[in-house]
Design a protein around this ligand. Sequence first.
Ligand code: KG4
Ligand code: ZN
Length: 368
Amino acid sequence: MRILVIETSCDDTAAAVVADGTEVRATVVSSQDAIHAAYGGVVPELACRSHVENMRPVLDAALAQAEVALHDIDAIAVTQGPGLVGALLVGVSLAKALAYGLGIPLVTVHHLEGHISAIYLEHATVPCPFVALVVSGGHSDLYYCSQRGHYTVVGRTRDDAAGECFDKVAKMLHLGYPGGPIIDRLAQAGNPKAIHFPRAMLTKNTFDFSFSGVKTAMRTHLLQMPNPQGERLFVDDAFWPLPPASWWEQQRNDILASFQQAVADALVAKTLRAVTETGARAIVVVGGVACNSTLRHDMYHAADALGLPVFFPSPQFCTDNAAMIACAGAYRYYTNPQYYRQQDFLDLDAHANLPLSNVDNSSTVQST
Ligand code: KG4
Ligand code: ZN
């Protein structure tokens, strides 16, 4: 069975063709990073307009890469939410039109179930129950998965998402967008112990995260930091005067490595606590921030000490992509094909806010 998938929840226009649930025949992602870079973050209106322009070429590229035509496709899957509603609508409208025109089923997918399902693209099975850490530009959530398709939220960020925090810190330092990969690269040459940034709520009896504190601590640190002449390094969030590169680059890398370590420590500690207290048998880490080298290293190390397996998707399936949505959509379709064959989908809508508990639209796959 071949599924054609469309994902437009944020600023990436993505399409994929996946056969038999996990065999990725094509995956195409058109990034809008260059458009949003000037603003240091995603501008929703620009994202929606770009999806309209990019969607058709991305769709055509996916079909060409998979060497199939539209009439070879057996079902359409699309991200229904959560995300930017105008962006989601571009994908949902196209998916409905394609499914209606071709007379084939339409499977709607929750974006976060897509991220979690990315793990099954490269691993046939994951021991259940597992704890999934979903860390991206929009989310920092912990889910307990009793079995595939059954999710219970156990923790989430109370303010910024981890990826958002990376992006905002990169913006403060005028590094570019998206900040995560840039900080990750520069931090390799820094000392993670140079500055102590706060690890919020580590001692509190909760699985929730908070990243606004480390972001504010970073800003305070920068505004108080002297340059080599003893003058203030930053005034009104801009360099004043611009320090010599030889001096600044090491300072900057130390700051970034220390920041990255603070974020990773919080993510690892809460995940480990959730695993220990729920008795889960494995850890799954997904979403754009799952690319982070410190997080990957420290999570493996910490889990190894407990004898637990850790599963990360490869980087191309951590950041937004349509193959992960296909994997989730195919699973839902296979577990209840009758539901999707009979579904009248023409009044389906996109949802900016869609709890993972609201996706139980088939009788066999449920979430709480
Ligand atoms: O999953 P994703 O592509 O989109 C959302 O669903 O949000 O995640 C994008 C986020 C951005 O905030 C980006 O800065 C972050 O993932 N990211 C990283 C790394 N690569 C991407 N954060 C830390 N380290 C990385 N290597
Ligand atoms: Zn995402």
